[in-house]
Design a protein around this ligand. Structure first.
Ligand SMILES: [Fe+2]
Ligand SMILES: [Fe+2]
Length: 437
């Protein structure tokens, strides 16, 4: 079928459409690669970047100009106007350190259509939550995503009969999630955006953001106590560990809405790119959160999150033990743990014959990688390379990635050759250096 590329405004994008060109951020970094299939969450990710007004998508010539729209796949539609407003709100908070009751009133009205949308439908599978923040201050995008995630977990909890939220609960969790990190507007940007690890003094300041935030909202009218509790206690875990504002009594029982935001918050942080870390796939994020199931996090809501997310988003890349690199080609909504994968490259001699083969995770084919062989995952080859590089840098890391004595050799599908050569060069460089020595 012949395709043409057309420019479409981000507000008119529909899930299922295919990107005809890479979408880049203001620094020229690729946010989403050409060929990516748009998912509801990718679309949200594009829409919240105010500087991305339109993108190019492929449509079959026959179908032009109607495009590939499948109405039943419609995702969350974001009412216009709230995003820029939220941006202004965070910029003002950075200057003013206070939140006016009128602002809360306005935000409560703004979130209502979003709540209606999420609660009228079954939460869409969040295929990708990859968000590379374009702002100096990530708090804005992060807060937005934590709100959408928290509401979606709440909706799933309702569907699963885990928790029955009232009307006010929905507004409270939305506002609490939007404001949870508002105290970060008092943390210097040099600390917020520091690429490396924070030193102890910097950590001390960072850990004060719930204090700062609570001070900003504690006497704000129109904001319910549980929304204020989200701001104050979102770094407190169910076993009592974590931190809250100094001087506030430790809650005997962490409120349900706080428990939900806590999970949404950490999940969003793990699956997004930050100056100090490369986004992880949902699969790894859930694994990390699972380690705190029942101690740090309420298991019931981890279960809700697990049902909502696709562990291996379409278009993501997996590195399997022995040096196999696969690209997730498709995810079946009913069995989203078992994606269809194409092996696009091999980094070792041993697995070069596998390049070009397609398989489904969970199929028990002798020579194909299995779930237990997944070591790392990322949203782009360059990020995968970064992760492999840093894993190899950490002492015994390379033993986990490759068996000792592995013979490196790069084999890729023709369309990936250039990108693979560019980013995985380091493996072969160090080898040739070895030889010289
Ligand atoms: Fe926080
Ligand atoms: Fe947060």
């Amino acid at each position: 079928m012949a395709y043409i590329s057309v420019k479409v405004r981000t507000k008119d994008l529909k899930p299922g459409q295919i990107l005809a060109e890479d979408v880049r951020d203001t620094h020229g970094r690729v946010l989403v690669f050409q060929g990516a299939v748009l998912t509801p969450n990718l679309i949200v990710g594009l829409r919240i970047r105010e500087y991305i007004d339109s993108v190019k998508i492929f449509i079959p010539v026959e179908e032009a100009p109607e495009g590939l729209v499948k109405p039943e796949q419609a995702g969350i539609s974001i009412p216009g106007g709230i995003q820029p407003k939220l941006g202004r709100f965070f910029r003002n908070a950075r200057k003013m350190h206070e939140i006016k009751p009128e602002t809360i009133k306005e935000l409560s009205e703004d979130v209502k259509p979003i709540i209606d949308e999420i609660f009228e439908t079954r939460p869409a599978i969040m295929d990708s939550l990859q968000l590379i923040s374009s702002h100096d201050d990530h708090t804005h995008d992060h807060s937005w995503m934590v709100m959408l995630l928290s509401l979606s977990i709440l909706r799933m909890a309702e569907l699963k009969n885990v928790f029955h939220p009232g009307k006010q609960d929905k507004v409270d969790i939305a506002l609490g999630a939007l404001l949870h990190d508002v105290g970060k507007t008092k943390v210097p940007l040099e600390i917020l955006n520091k690429p490396g690890k924070l030193d102890p003094d910097e950590w001390k300041i960072m850990k004060k953001h719930p204090d700062y935030g609570y001070a900003m909202v504690r006497s704000t009218e129109n904001l319910m106590p549980v929304a204020k509790a989200i701001v104050a206690h979102h770094h407190r875990f169910i076993d009592g560990t974590g931190y809250s504002p100094e001087g506030l009594p430790v809650l005997e029982k962490l409120p349900t809405l706080v428990r939900i935001v806590t999970i949404a918050d950490i999940y969003e942080a793990i699956v997004s790119d930050r100056p100090y870390h490369v986004a992880a796939l949902p699969y790894h994020a859930i694994k990390i959160i699972d380690q705190g199931a029942g101690t740090k996090f309420d298991e019931r809501f981890i279960g809700c999150l697990r049902e909502m997310v696709a562990p291996f988003p379409t278009g993501s890349f997996l590195f399997f033990r022995k040096g196999v690199i696969g690209k997730v080609e498709a995810v079946d909504a009913l069995e989203k743990e078992l994606p269809f994968i194409e092996i696009i490259a091999s980094l070792t001699k041993e697995t070069e014959d596998l390049v070009g083969r397609e398989f489904r995770l969970g199929e028990s084919l002798n020579d194909m990688p299995k779930e237990e062989d997944i070591v790392l995952g990322a949203y782009s080859p360059v990020n995968l390379a970064t992760k492999i590089k840093s894993a190899m840098g950490i002492g015994s890391g390379s033993d986990v990635l490759f068996e000792p004595g592995t013979e490196f050799a790069l084999t890729s599908l023709p369309e990936w050759e250039r990108i693979m050569k560019e980013h995985f060069d380091f493996l072969f460089e160090s080898e040739s250096e070895e030889r010289v020595r």
